[in-house]
Design a protein. Sequence first.
Length: 154
Amino acid sequence: MKKYSFTIAGKKYEVEIASIEGGNASVSVNGKSYTVTLDGAPEAASGPAAEAPSAPSHSEDLQASASHSGPAPESAPQASPSSKETAVPSPMQGTVVEVKVAEGQAVKSGDTVIVIESMKMEVEIASTADGVVKAVKVSKGDQLEEGQTVVIIA
């Protein structure tokens, strides 16, 4: 079971993903269970996912995505369901000050791939997997959002 923490419009949500089958996921949001449909996933044969009777007031902001979610900084990045790729997310908002890797470069888990500036501090973003850099999604000077993919490792 994977656990995530989201803050949306100032309200904190604790999300646990119990299982993912086809295009549906069984999740718990602040202790309440839901079945949700993942954006971009093939439709499940059993029909549409159950609607949440009392979804959070900002539910339009809570779209699930298999390739880009907003995990807490300590969480593992999401792997693409169709391959063995790992997306490395930014743990916070910031500005890219240095890109330390290039496409095709081999990296090990823990290697610094990007350096950002956030709140007047430099923060190193580390690879979370061993592999080869498939794509660098940011450039020096780019503004990042928390959870935004910066590098894809294959």
